[in-house]
Design a protein around this ligand. Structure first.
Ligand code: EPS
Length: 384
């Protein structure tokens, strides 16, 4: 991210999540309602755990907005963790000689517990899990909402759908919908899946995994429409649009793979089946493609076709029927630590991924067109 930059802070059961987004132009309308809408989308989805019933993820704007519009100063946001009330003693900021309650001694395979302990020399692995928790994504969705708002001013919309959960895949091709229309349809499904048969299969698979004390991952697809040609560049490795998208999506908790357009499936096909042939439009004023196998990016540059990116999310690492692990204090074999979690968070992951894509695209829009105010950006963009 070059012009837009952000940081988040806060623990899952600490007092609050905090975020700062810097680089937004002045004059961008941003309402609490926009933030609340996106926060609510992230909390939903079949397979979510009990925490989502506790939190309302109400976002407070602490800086950067005045009378409904951004000022050009950094946007400062806060989400108070309602659950903190219950965790106040465990998560206290001040020192204490009493042993911490709910200390974590038995790492969950695949979670941050063990690597966090080894890296930061933590006595209590709760310090690792609290920060590594996907709770942090509530703030990234909030920050992404400002980026989404900016893109919306340029008629660029970003949506998503779930393509697979566990072994159940929705094989329908990427729908020819705007990003906004896609998300509206997906939001109507408890697993954010468009195909009805696949939806039922996914719900059943989540219920079965949950009943077995297990968890499920899956694949989601993010689509952005209304993009201009020319975001990103092949001129230098770190200016390629898909490089930024991949880095951002890989930064999302539990994501283990990212693909653009045909992605991995293109690797087993011939070039003639992978590249998008070029044609003239009717009056020969424009070059058009009849396919979009590239997913809207050629050589790191947006083609103007819909952007299509997919990410693979592994199953959540907290298993109610835990895997073998080790008690680091007793030095015995032991079943992994258990605490409240989600059986499946793929539908939420899709919403979070949308937000991350919004942040990357808004950054690239600002790099290409620039503007310290929304009015100036729109002049540069050519659509005032
Ligand atoms: C999450 C909040 C967490 C989990 C989940 C995501 O709440 P709690 O740990 O209090 O139940 O539901 O976090 C994880 C899956 C994880 O591994 O940390 C949220 O707000 O999205």
């Amino acid at each position: 991210m070059r012009i837009l930059r952000f940081l988040t802070a806060g623990e899952s059961h600490g007092p609050a999540l905090t975020g700062i987004l810097e680089g937004l132009p002045a004059g961008l309308p941003l309402a609490l309602q926009d933030l609340a809408e996106q926060a609510a989308r992230r909390r939903r989805g079949h397979g979510r755990g009990g925490r989502m019933k506790i939190e309302d993820d109400a976002v407070d704007i602490l800086g950067g907005v005045r009378r409904g519009k951004t000022t050009g100063g950094p946007l400062a946001l806060q989400i108070v963790n309602k659950d903190f009330k219950v965790w106040e003693e465990v998560m206290r900021v001040s020192a204490s000689t009493a042993p911490a309650k709910r200390a974590v001694r038995i790492p969950r395979p695949g979670h941050a517990d063990l690597v966090g302990r080894l890296k930061y020399r933590l006595a209590d692995m709760r310090d690792a899990l609290e920060r590594a928790s996907a709770r942090e994504t509530a703030m990234r969705v909030a920050l992404g909402t400002a980026a989404r708002r900016l893109l919306g001013e340029l008629e660029i919309t970003v949506g998503s759908r779930v393509a697979a959960i566990g072994g159940v895949a929705d094989d329908s091709p990427p729908p020819a919908l705007s990003g906004a229309a896609l998300s509206k349809r997906a939001d109507a499904s408890p697993v954010r899946c468009l195909g009805k048969a696949a939806e039922a299969g996914m719900v059943g698979a989540i219920d079965a995994a949950k009943a077995a004390g297990d968890t499920l991952g899956g694949v989601f697809e993010v689509i952005a429409t209304g993009l201009p040609v020319g975001l990103g560049s092949y001129a230098q490795w770190d200016r390629r649009l898909e490089a930024d998208l991949a880095a951002s999506l890989m930064s999302l908790n539990a994501v283990k793979g990212v693909e653009v357009g045909m992605g991995f499936s293109g690797a087993s096909q011939r070039g003639s089946e992978v590249h998008d042939a070029l044609y003239w439009n009717k009056d020969k004023t424009k070059v058009v493609r009849k396919t979009n196998r590239s997913g809207g990016i050629d050589a790191g540059v947006s083609t103007g076709e819909p952007l299509i990116v997919r990410a693979a999310m592994k199953p959540i690492a907290t298993l109610m029927n835990p895997l073998p692990s080790v008690d680091l204090e007793a030095k015995t074999d032991a079943a992994a630590h258990i605490e409240r979690s989600d059986a499946c968070a793929v539908p939420a992951g899709a919403v979070i991924a949308e937000s991350l894509v919004c942040l990357v695209l808004a950054d690239h829009v600002l790099v290409k067109y620039g503007g310290d105010s929304l009015a100036e950006l729109k002049e540069h963009y050519g659509r005032p």
